[in-house]
Design a protein around this ligand. Sequence first.
Ligand SMILES: *Cc1c(COP(=O)(O)O)cnc(C)c1O
Length: 404
Amino acid sequence: MKYINKKLSIEKIKVEDIAKKFGTPTYCYSYKRLKDNINNFKNNFKSFSPLVCFAIKSNTNVNLIKEIRKLGLGADVVSMGELMMALKAGVNPKKIVFSGVGKTAKEINYAIDKKILLINAESKSEIIEIERIAKNKRKVVDIGIRLNPNTDAKTLKQISTGKKENKFGVDEKIFFELINYTKLSKNIKLKCLSVHIGSQILDHQPYEKMLNVIDKIIKKSNHNFEFIDLGGGMGISYEENTKKLNYKKYNLAINKFLKKHKSKIIFEPGRSIVGDIGSLISQVIYIKQNDKKDFIILDAAMNDLMRPALYGANHKTLPATKHSRLSKKTYEFVGPICESTDKFTTLKKFQKLKEKDLVVMCDTGAYGMSLSSNYNLRPKAAEILIKGTKINVIKKRQKLDQLI
Ligand SMILES: *Cc1c(COP(=O)(O)O)cnc(C)c1O
């Protein structure tokens, strides 16, 4: 995304033209960036060619998942809906892993019938349930166990998942107990150790610590894991000049680990694949003056992009047309929803805006549309994919009569 003759453009297509043609608010994705992200991701770890399973929950658009599948990725799903969506997008079941702390009998049944690669179980009760269902079907089901490595991911506490106070995975003691339990089972086969310590991780050290924990546990367990699923969590730069995750060091640590353990590595990245491919285009409805600041009231709201309200995330915000006059007052960008948390960002030196101007919130490809809702009975935004010279509507704007 860059300015061409002062017009913000996504792959040479002006944001202004997209808004004119498709209305606002609209999510717009860049295919080129998607392809680059996937190739870069694979290149970072090419010495051991991992199975890369895209975390569907970060973006559930079926057409986007199709493109991701064509670029070689599998899928990490956390519900029956996501599993169905991955299959609908043509993802090979042998490239699908199923995570989540609360899989129901119905979901487990479906996953077994679809013959996916692994069900990554997160508790003893879940393993007993998988075993019961597998036995009924007279099948042997491949599973993983998610370990809680009690490792601080050094990220926002709301998106940290690998510490012992978090609900995810099982601790070391139960992990050993479950290895022994599965050894005696005729209907489940323990093939994988999985971990996922959190999201938006920018420091490689938590990953190194996590690998050390896994290394020790595997040695102690004496179990041969065909797969080690390291989860996702790789962070992206939401703001300029922020730290970047050092993939080289993460790769080195994994290579060191693989010298001791001959397993196939699985990754489950979401944000690092789709985060920076997406932008949310929105129009200023009103500008409301206040003594300290002006409220820029956008037609996008927290129902379209929930990350700021949910965990104080900040998205870089840019005007669609650039000029050099700065606003004298601070701008607070808000949505029309009846909640005080329905605000996106507060900026001191933004260029002067007027009503009907367009603004773009950057890096909204992950956990943007997928976290959207119909709160305040607002229809969901349209989604557009720019691929070369083609502009495809990959999801139409929801119509009010679909809601009422
Ligand atoms: C959310 C999630 C991911 C993806 O996390 P990102 O930070 O988007 O890479 C991967 N694995 C599991 C189990 C998850 O819950």
